[in-house]
Design a protein. Structure first.
Length: 275
């Protein structure tokens, strides 16, 4: 996919979002040899020739003419929400807060442990840019391979600023001098000593935790590591609004709890350079 080709016509083999009048979306790889099938509707097929060569933001119709769709290259949020999954993902609402609260910056050296299906890693790669590096650890090789496929589909190739390792973070962090870390594993307190050793002074770490028991355990265990200072825990709730005159009101459903976000900083107790 041409990640930044928003002003270029859609090309053969690209990923395309098809959004219907109700706002429902499907992502498809468009090739001239294969009719596009929209699963949401029965017998809804689209001729790829009505998509390839069109500008993003154009409209196309099903072969029958009964359904119309807006077509465009997927945004990062679109891709994360529609990409294949073999595990739960960190959702865009939480990713946005992680990127800001953990201060992920261009050129940073960032570790993410618990790569899963690759959603967070894609966002981290976008932010650190070619001058940074994202290290992805997972103790399951099959998840690393699955995540790599999702990452490659999004960027069009495997980014050069990405390193994937089949590593158990409880046992080791072989990459030192980390600017930032984002940890999504069941028992992150088992990795605190390794994180304290690997992070640079003032380095930030974010933990994604589904349950309050994990949050409490992590905070308690962090007290045993004076190099790590607990900062705060929060969660992100999103409520959309129905805006269609004369009715303007909250939607009946909202995106509630997905996980808690705990943040900590690596301290330098003696004030001397560590590295």
């Amino acid at each position: 996919m041409d990640r930044y080709g928003y002003d270029k016509p859609i090309q053969e083999g690209e990923l395309v979002i098809f959004r219907d009048a109700a706002g429902k979306k499907e992502i498809k790889k468009v090739t001239s040899e294969k009719t596009i099938k929209i699963k949401r509707y029965r017998n809804c097929k689209i001729d790829p020739e009505t998509v390839i060569g069109k500008m993003p933001g154009s409209e196309t119709s099903s072969i029958s003419g009964k359904k119309s769709f807006t077509i465009y290259r997927p945004t990062l949020k679109d891709y994360i929400m529609t990409m294949p999954r073999k595990s739960n993902i960190i959702y865009p609402k939480d990713i946005g807060i992680i990127l800001m609260w953990a201060d992920i910056f261009p050129g940073a050296k960032v570790l993410t442990a618990g790569v899963g299906s690759g959603a967070l890693m894609i966002a981290l790669l976008e932010v650190v840019g070619p001058s940074g590096v994202v290290l992805g650890y997972d103790n399951r090789m099959d998840m690393l391979e699955f995540a790599l496929e999702n990452i490659t589909n999004f960027f069009g190739e495997g980014p050069l600023n990405m390193i994937l390792r089949n590593v158990d973070i409880y046992e080791e962090i072989p990459d030192p001098h980390l600017d930032r870390a984002v940890i999504d594993v069941p028992e992150p307190w088992k990795a605190l000593e390794n994180l304290a050793d690997a992070l640079k002074p003032s380095g930030l770490v974010a933990f994604y935790l589904p349950s309050t028991n994990q949050v409490e355990k992590l905070q308690q265990e962090m007290e045993n590591f004076p190099q790590l200072q607990y900062l705060e825990t929060l969660e992100v709730l999103i409520r959309k609004w129905h805006v269609q005159s004369p009715s303007v009101r909250p939607e009946h459903q909202m995106v509630g709890h997905t996980g808690f976000l705990t943040f900590a900083m690596r301290l330098n107790k003696n004030g001397n350079p560590d590295y």
